[in-house]
Write a protein that binds this ligand. Sequence first.
Ligand SMILES: Nc1ncnc2c1ncn2[C@@H]1O[C@H](COP(=O)(O)OP(=O)(O)OP(=O)(O)O)[C@@H](O)[C@H]1O
Length: 127
Amino acid sequence: MRSDGSAWNARRWWRSAGYAWAGIRHAYRTQANFRIECWAALLALGAAGILRAPLAPVALACALVLSLELVNTALEAAVDLVSPERHPLAKVAKDAAAAAVLIASAGALLVAAGTLLPALLEFLSGT
Ligand SMILES: Nc1ncnc2c1ncn2[C@@H]1O[C@H](COP(=O)(O)OP(=O)(O)OP(=O)(O)O)[C@@H](O)[C@H]1O
């Protein structure tokens, strides 16, 4: 009984992960900003690894930006579905979602400046 439930949950988890992966692939294919953010995140994580900078804040900042970009993509699609015509409330929704990505990106830049820059300077000075 218990093992049946676990197997079912595992199957459901894999199916959910498949839907999530489809969402990531769709965003990567259709959103230029998401593509840029993915490569910037890889670059930042690689730099943190090479420079031996703290990985956790960089990873968290990257995850936040990428997640909010995905939420922004979802919201844009939902707004376009329910409001194909221009509407002031559609504008509020899209502008606020875009602002969330912008604020997270600014925060990620600050995190990069606070963690990667000192590590880079230390690396370059050879200490
Ligand atoms: N239905 C709408 N009603 C009112 N304003 C809209 C509407 N759709 C878009 N806008 C305005 O145009 C801006 C750009 O919207 P759009 O859907 O083109 O997103 P985008 O920022 O170009 O994103 P992407 O290029 O990633 O699709 C919105 O932030 C909003 O100000």
